[in-house]
Design a protein around this ligand. Structure first.
Ligand code: GDP
Length: 294
């Protein structure tokens, strides 16, 4: 994961970790290299600048120049700042309500349906009775896909293939969930283009009708800066509660993981690392920062 970024940061730290006297010039050059490594990894420019400015300040405050091991201290400072950037602590999802309702939103192909299946399996493992809801009125194949996943993880899937009104589908699904004593309802919505006004309005209406305890925005980490821009657009409309980063098993550069929290001010809650139903992890900012720094 993020090998390129890892290698570049490692290279950046070399001078400070090497022998000899450390000078202000060495530190400044290292900070510049760290910034370049971050922007090369598709981290938003302003975010990269803010982070490295903070690193610079901390390096001054903690007197890196006269430290016994300046390289180690410097890496520690970078690690703290990257952790902070991604939100410091893991943020659990809110399962309040009876049933608790989780709304899943995102672009088509981002990995929403796959994630919905994984999340259902994850919550089911906690001993809760889950209902998956297929609320995609545009792509019949999406309903079938969710049904296959539901079967795989042993969770009931609610669908009304002939109903072309998403609000009506989710309202009926909720009534069904109450009748059948489900504790958590996961609603997989249609993949929409952020520029498609009709579809954006539809998901806003679905959110209003459901009043979910948790709205999660799913985004493909391979799309870098686009992921961040899409997150911004969806957040403006939906005011979601958390982000799910998918396809971290691919060769994504790290920009989405590092920038999203700072740009939209919403925590990353889960990360998805494969197509299989168990390839889901809670997102821990400190572990991710350690991983990036190797
Ligand atoms: P949706 O259109 O947003 O519902 O996206 P899907 O769930 O159908 O996923 C789109 C494609 O990405 C499918 O081929 C999935 O198997 C694949 N996919 C989803 N999540 C991941 C992931 O974390 N890693 C990888 N490698 N593939 C994924």
């Amino acid at each position: 994961m993020f090998e390129n970024l890892q290698n570049k940061l490692d290279k950046a730290f070399k001078t400070l970790k090497g022998q000899g006297r450390i000078t202000e010039i060495n530190v400044a050059a290292t900070i510049k290299e760290v910034r370049r490594a971050l922007t090369d990894a598709d981290v938003n420019y302003k975010v990269a600048k803010d982070v490295t400015d903070r690193v610079k300040q901390k390096a001054l405050d903690r007197k890196v120049l006269i430290a016994v091991e300046p390289g180690q201290l410097f890496v520690k400072i970078v690690q703290e700042e990257l952790t902070d950037l991604m939100g410091s602590e893991a943020k659990p999802i809110n399962l309040k309500g009876d049933p608790a309702i989780i709304l899943i939103a995102g672009l088509q192909g981002s990995g929403k349906t796959t994630f919905s299946g994984k999340l259902a399996a994850y919550i089911k493992k906690q001993g809760k009775n889950v209902l998956l809801v297929a609320a995609d009125i545009y792509r019949p194949a999406a309903i079938d896909q969710l049904k296959v996943l539901g079967e795989q993880v042993g969770v009931e899937v609610f669908a009304e293939p002939d109903n072309k009104n998403a609000v009506s589908i989710v309202t009926n699904a909720l009534a069904h969930a109450k009748r059948t004593n489900k504790k958590v309802v996961i609603v997989d919505t249609a993949g929409r283009l952020a520029v498609d006004e009709v579809m954006m309005q539809e998901i806003e209406d679905v959110k209003k009708a459901l009043n979910p305890s948790e709205t999660l925005f799913v985004v493909d980490s391979m799309t870098g800066q686009d992921a961040v821009n899409t997150a911004k657009t969806f957040n403006d409309r939906l005011d979601f509660d958390g982000v799910v980063l998918t396809k971290l098993d691919g060769d994504s550069r790290g920009g989405a993981a590092l920038s999203i929290r700072a740009v939209v001010n919403k925590p990353i809650k889960f990360m998805s690392t494969g197509e299989k139903m168990d390839a889901l992890d809670i997102f821990y900012p400190d572990r991710m920062a350690s991983r990036i720094l190797g």
